[in-house]
Design a protein. Structure first.
Length: 224
């Protein structure tokens, strides 16, 4: 199984040669701040109930969250938006390295972003993703789980100067995005695995997610 984070290291190295020093500084300082602040926020934990939420599948339309885990475990992958360079590495990687194993274990994989569906569908079509991609309107689910953040002042200024305010890109009109996060949820709606990547260039490897599904299956056999 190939390493997702090795691909991110390569992306970071490429940026060091193609980005200006100021752009690199702004990007890295935003990520470092989020990493430092992660322990100070209330966020989803293993054992929490995921609760109700309304998502919009970019292909099939509105879907209730509880329907997604009604028939088996659910893997939720929160990502930023369709044009995010790191997300365009992560999602096709998960399609190759994770999705087949998720299906083989009787589970469902859904990638979630706040971007409006008519723009979000682009990433599914671009990579021919085999799993569902869904919009989280208004970041409602991600915010409730404590995995959102807002652009800091320097990042807002840089995006505005470049003509790319993130609210215009996502269609949400806000500066809020989810931190890349992975949740494994059982059929009863209880979170059994949770990992948040506030730096967004360091994400959960497929093997760790499959191991979480295996542990969930083992727990279910012991209870049965």
């Amino acid at each position: 199984m190939s390493s997702l984070n090795e691909k991110f290291r390569q992306l970071e190295a490429e940026r060091e040669t193609s980005w200006s020093p100021e752009a690199l500084r702004i990007n890295r300082e935003q990520r470092q701040r989020l990493v430092a602040e992660l322990g100070d926020r209330g966020r989803v934990q293993v054992g929490d109930a995921i609760g109700q939420a309304a998502l919009i599948d970019v292909t099939d339309g509105a879907v209730a969250l509880d329907r997604l885990h009604a028939d088996g475990p659910l893997v939720l992958i929160f990502f930023r938006f369709a044009g995010c360079p790191a997300c365009n590495i992560a999602l096709p990687h998960y399609d190759r390295e994770l999705a087949p194993g998720v299906r083989a274990r009787g589970a469902r994989l859904v990638a979630v972003s706040p971007q409006v569906p008519e723009r979000l569908v682009e990433i599914r079509e671009r990579h021919g993703l085999s799993f569902a991609v869904a919009s989280d309107p208004g970041n409602a689910l991600a915010a409730r789980l404590g995995v959102t953040y807002e652009y800091d002042g320097a990042s807002r200024a840089a995006a505005t100067a470049a003509g790319r305010p993130i609210g215009d890109v996502t269609g949400t009109g806000t500066w809020e995005l989810p931190m890349p996060s992975v949740l494994v949820i059982d059929r009863e709606g209880i979170v059994r695995f949770a990992e948040i990547s506030p730096g967004w260039m360091d994400r959960t490897e497929a093997g760790a997610i499959l191991s979480a599904l295996d542990a969930l299956a083992s727990r279910a056999r012991q209870v049965a």
